[in-house]
Design a protein around this ligand. Structure first.
Ligand code: ZN
Length: 57
């Protein structure tokens, strides 16, 4: 299965950030610290709004 990245918009401050779809650690918004992605052992659970899915370039 190809890995990919998501462009995620933080629900709290509207910051847009690129997050790996299989993040193995909690990914936090670089502006406000809100959780954007939570690791589940496979695909990360995305907490923010997914704006775009970016495949492997
Ligand atoms: Zn934020």
């Amino acid at each position: 299965m190809p890995s990919s990245f998501y462009k995620i918009k933080c629900k709290d401050c509207s910051n847009e950030q690129i997050v790996f779809s299989k993040a193995s650690t909690v990914v936090r918004c670089s502006i406000c610290g809100s959780v954007l992605a939570q690791p589940t052992g496979g695909k990360a659970e995305i907490k923010g709004e997914i704006l775009e899915e970016l495949g492997n370039a």
